[in-house]
Design a protein around this ligand. Sequence first.
Ligand code: HEM
Length: 525
Amino acid sequence: IIQDAAGHPLAQLYFQQGIGAQIAIGVAGFVALSVFVNVIQQLLFRNPTDPPLVFHWFPFIGSTVIYGMDPPKFFRDNRAKYGDVFTFVLLGKKTTVAVGPAGNDFILNGKLKDVNAEDIYTVLTTPVFGRDVVYDCPNAKLMEQKKFMKIALTTEAFRSYVPIISHEVTSYFKRTAAFKGKSGIVDIPKKMAEITIFTASHALQGSRIRNKFDESLADLYHDLDMGFTSINFVLHWAPLPWNRKRDQAQRTIAKIYMDTIKERKALGDEDNELDIMKHLMTSVYKNGTPVPDHEIAHMMIALLMAGQHSSSSTSSWIMLRLAQNPKVVEDLYQEQINALGADLPPLQYEDLAKLPLNQAIVKETLRLHAPIHSIMRAVKQPMPVPGTKYVIPPTHVLLAAPGVSGSDPNYFPNPFEWDPYRWLPGSPNAPLIAARNEEEEEKIDYGYGIVSKGAASPYLPFGAGRHRCIGEQFANLQLQTIIVETVRMFKLSNVDGSDKIVGTDYASLFSRPLEPAEIRWERRD
Ligand code: HEM
């Protein structure tokens, strides 16, 4: 018997190599055939009521890779080619994008019988938030839950939050090693993530929960967060290490919240904090059922997750933009001195309205860096697109991308310039949209309080319709307070003194700055 060096009979080796080659040829043939059929289908068979389909070579993969690399660019490029409504294949699913104010209105203000969010999101969110809340319940129940949370956010509550947030920010800067000394360089997203969670948990969930972030909660939330990634749209069920950690963390965090609820209930009137958790403890559904403790716990997780990713990405972009524009930091400092006095007294809620540039920083940063680039809905029945011949079938998913109109030169001159002054009177870059008149805007109540429909607005970083953000005012207050306190303490600049800005990381669920994203800080006297 003739053998190779490893002692295998050569006849067997040739046989194995032959099989291997045949399999490779078979696979290549199958791929070539499916590419051929896929291309022919796109070229020859088109339903006249279907929106144009973005051309792609491979079935299933479709445009997934090119979309995932830079979704806003993908939307802009294809809008230029196909118009405001077009379809692309995302992991085998035909996904129809509708952009511009009309597209935003079509999807976000869609009727409940036509569009549905929970069909898309529940696989990802329910293991993280827990049962019976948000997308693990009928939409009418979510509307009631949102109403409870929104009602808790009164002016009185906001007044109590500003000193809480101010104190959290200043004490963070004082105790954190990265901010010790006269000046230094810091990778800002990590720090902003911590500041966001300390400020949000303290204001919205009370001091008891906030204090637990110094002990167990920070690590547990980190584990929970690992389940909140795009890959889990597909692998949410898999017995993978990160999913096991997610489930364990969800149970432990929910128990911590439920124990805290019991403690607070026992305190009665002695507990005088104005957080959302406290408000939920006395909220009652329309059918007379008080909100059960496990639902309060799960809503608290949902609230912190929703707010954490979006606000921490935004505050990181704010710091990076300020470092790119050190002159704006000085203008902000001067604005505070002019409006509040040279001694810069402790910040109050009412002071924020006196600082228009400070407000404009948040607005402009959200225009260019909205953390949610794609908002998806399942289609429940054929939906004709007004003003077109298109009808979206229930086999498609709808995707709204309000950020597209936020960077459209028809509405925002020099759209890619980060220019907070465009929101102040007299700017040559002023938005080319009628000034908002809250009184005149079309109003609607989806069940969580009256909101303006936002139908004609090209600027919707907080969404619109029944799933619109209820955290908008809180996020504004939180971000504006963080800027005020940061500017009081530091001058900011880029590490190399240039006016560069890092790119965007679209790999996670919420877009955020690519890391490392370092800036230089210098303490004021
Ligand atoms: C919904 C953006 C902060 C709680 C949304 C939506 C957007 C958004 C675009 C609509 C999602 C959809 O239609 O599917 C933002 C941005 C924030 C922010 C840009 C900060 C800069 C917050 C905060 C909270 C919060 C701080 C909590 C206090 C919620 C909730 C919903 C929501 C409960 C409703 C989800 C639904 O009805 O399906 N947010 N958000 N958000 N957000 Fe925010």
